[in-house]
Design a protein around this ligand. Structure first.
Ligand code: GN1
Ligand code: MG
Length: 357
């Protein structure tokens, strides 16, 4: 790690390296220099992000814009916007002899939101951060960014991949997951409602973050205020429904006891906190149709995520990093229970949203 860090234009000598975070995709390390400067060293998962140049170009565009926006607001961009440190050999990506590819960010001190899910004001801050992000990047036309992961939130396509995984059954796991498969098949029509609305122009495409898991929001541990969004690799053409939806999926869920399988439910207080924050910073850019469909976005992101976990389980856990054998199945089960609870609570979700229009 010391040698790899030296491939970048970072000042000083490394004094400490620690593994950082629990992301499912890249491997990240927090690097502390003798003088106290800190960086985030990241090994890019090139199985997931196959077009590293496109991903890097997007990142440059997005971080440049965010830095400008932060400066306009009178913030110190170094403290509130992710920025990459150039590689000494040129560009922003360093390739090792073994083919692994690395990049270095300035480290932004802060903690991930959602660690204490009962902290409603923190969830509200996270909602605000996501809405602010969407507003900031609305200056970038959706087609000005490249597609870093094809079909990322193309739910009908995710469903098609899931059907293929059942067909192949390469790991003989299909018979074990019949109830989960049935749950998805029953809901297959609903999976294309948002995709159709986008295609037919009833919902606008926007530049979106697309991976707004609540722990991708950084907050200041002292003041509790939002700092920024991290994990910007999937910033590209998307929809406000995806960003709102994934925040609710990940930040408003509460784990439920007493089931045979891992189960989550929707906590309406957490939902309200995130919704209130999000609407405060995003309302003015959203169309009526978008606002109306936000709760459906939450359900859709939950179903889609469950389908992706289950597909990965059927395909032998190639995508999401696992720490135990059935973890992707358990992750999927928990998403489906959450989606089911959202179906029950849909009227409440609508009612709460209306208060913030
Ligand atoms: C992945 O890396 P992480 O954990 O922030 C995934 C998201 C999923 C999430 C589920 C690029 O995000 O789409 O919603 O796991 N990111 C990518 O936990 O696939
Ligand atoms: Mg992450």
């Amino acid at each position: 790690m010391i040698r790899i860090t030296a491939a970048f234009a970072a000042e000083g000598r490394v004094s400490r390296v620690r593994e950082h975070g629990m992301g499912h995709i890249h491997r990240s390390y927090r690097v502390t220099m003798e003088e106290g400067e800190e960086y985030l060293l990241q090994q890019i998962n090139t199985l997931v992000f196959q077009n590293v140049p496109a991903m890097t170009e997007n990142l440059v565009k997005v971080t440049d814009l965010l830095q400008r926006k932060a400066a306009e607001r009178g913030e110190d961009p170094d403290k509130t916007v992710l920025s990459m440190i150039p590689a000494r050999a040129g560009g922003y990506v360093h390739q090792e002899e073994d083919g692994s590819r690395w990049r270095l960010f300035r480290f932004i001190p802060g903690v991930s939101a959602g660690e204490d899910p009962d902290n409603l004001s923190e969830l509200e801050q996270a909602g605000e951060a996501i809405g602010q992000f969407l507003t900031d990047v609305s200056d970038l036309p959706p087609d000005s960014l490249q597609e870093t992961i094809p079909h990322f939130h193309d739910t009908p396509y995710r469903y098609y991949e899931f059907r293929n995984a059942i067909e192949w059954d390469s790991y003989s796991r299909v018979s074990e997951v019949e109830p989960e498969i049935g749950f998805i098949l029953q809901r297959s029509k609903g999976l294309s409602v948002v995709a159709n609305a986008l295609q037919e122009g009833r919902l606008p495409y926007r530049t979106a973050h697309n991976d707004t898991k609540i722990n991708n929001v950084l907050v200041d541990p002292e003041s509790g205020r939002r700092i920024c969004m991290v994990d910007l690799d999937t910033v590209m053409k998307g929809s406000s429904l995806f960003d709102f939806g994934d925040a609710i999926r990940s930040g408003a869920a509460v784990s439920m006891q007493g089931y045979r399988i891992p189960a989550s439910g929707l906590d309406l207080k957490r939902y309200e906190a995130i919704t209130g924050g999000f609407m405060r910073t995003a309302r003015h850019i959203l169309t009526d149709a978008e606002i109306e469909m936000l709760p459906r976005g939450a359900w859709l992101m939950t179903m889609e995520c469950g389908i992706r976990f289950l597909t990965d389980y059927l395909q032998g856990d190639r995508y999401f990093r696992i720490y135990s054998e059935r973890q992707n199945l358990e992750r999927a089960q928990s998403q489906f229970m959450l989606a089911l609870d959202m179906e029950r609570k849909h009227p409440d979700m609508d009612r709460i949203l209306k208060q913030y229009r």
